[in-house]
Ligand binder design. Structure first.
Ligand code: AMP
Length: 290
């Protein structure tokens, strides 16, 4: 698998591939790849004849007190995983090539980008959207793949693609979990053995919500109470936010009546983890996706 480091070379390669009628898929990541990332590559392989993964640790989406400096960078292992998954190439640009001196244009999805995760991490989605738009411009893929693990991010990118008339179709893929329910995340590597056990509390809390929904609970306050109570029972965990929001707008809902997310961010020790449950009313039934 080829590694492409320069923006210009990446543009050129992708332009040639398009001229050859290849269907291009893009899987943007920050590296430290796990099965969740690879599932995106596999999904892309099913729909596209050429799949590029990108690894770019985007400084503009990290706050000053966040974990940019200590974020894991196991490049060799990442390369092997992408090769095994039959990715066609890895775009691995330098920050100086993505943000050359004088860089001054940013993309902001108003409203949607300011709520929940956007409120907890000011500037985060602005950084995400800016880099994702750049990647989409450089490669101009037919499809770009994102995980529902970062549900608000995926929704915001869909909104940006719609608002800015981007050609790429944004594909949102299911959450990949460990056997005990913990959503895979590059940040799970920070957890000590004790914290790793405690981290299953996010999944357990969402399971409790799922059970309440299955037995008829529709009141958001009640669902929040049930979910928070589970997390309060884990001494290593503290809730950053736990919200029940409309799946389109990410505004709080009072009752479950249309597509809704329970989204949560929880500190386990010093590590901040996020997870969500998708609630999708279909007729008189509820489809629940963990
Ligand atoms: P990241 O490297 O954390 O920026 O993630 C790159 C992409 O992989 C994003 O679209 C994430 O939503 C997605 N992703 C991360 N973890 C998972 C997971 N456990 N399941 C599915 N997709 C994931």
């Amino acid at each position: 698998m080829e590694i492409i480091r320069s923006v210009n070379w990446m543009r050129e390669k992708a332009r040639t591939a398009r001229a050859e009628q290849r269907i291009i898929g893009l899987v943007p990541t920050m590296g430290a790849l796990h099965t969740g990332h690879i599932a995106l590559v596999r999904q892309a392989r099913m729909q596209c004849s050429l799949v590029y993964a990108s690894i770019f640790l985007n400084p503009k989406q990290f706050g000053v007190n966040e974990d940019l400096a200590r974020y894991p960078r196991p490049l060799e292992a990442d390369f092997e995983k992408l090769t095994a998954a039959n990715a066609g190439g890895l775009f691995l640009p330098d920050a100086a090539d993505i943000y050359p001196p004088g860089f001054s244009t940013y993309v902001q999805v108003e409203g949607l980008g300011d709520r929940v995760e956007g409120k907890a991490r000011p500037g985060h989605f602005r950084g995400v959207c800016t880099v994702v738009l750049k990647l989409l411009q450089i490669i101009q893929p037919h499809f770009a793949y994102f995980g529902r693990k970062d549900a608000q991010q995926a929704r915001i990118i869909q909104q940006m693609a719609h608002d800015l008339n981007l050609d790429a179709e944004i594909v949102v893929c299911p959450i990949v979990r460990e056997a005990d329910g913990l959503a895979l995340s590059s940040r799970n590597a920070y957890l000590t053995a004790g914290e790793r056990k405690a981290a299953t509390i996010l999944y357990k809390a969402l399971l409790a919500a799922q059970q309440a929904l299955n037995t008829g609970t529709r009141d958001a306050m009640e669902l929040r109470r049930i979910t928070r109570k589970i997390i309060a029972g884990e001494s290593l965990a503290s809730v950053d936010y736990l919200e029940i929001v409309d799946a389109e707008t990410f505004e709080p809902v009072v009752r479950i009546a249309k597509r809704t997310y329970i989204v949560l961010a929880v500190h386990v020790g010093k590590t901040r983890l996020i997870d969500n449950l998708l609630i999708d009313p279909v007729g008189s039934d509820l489809r629940l996706e963990l």
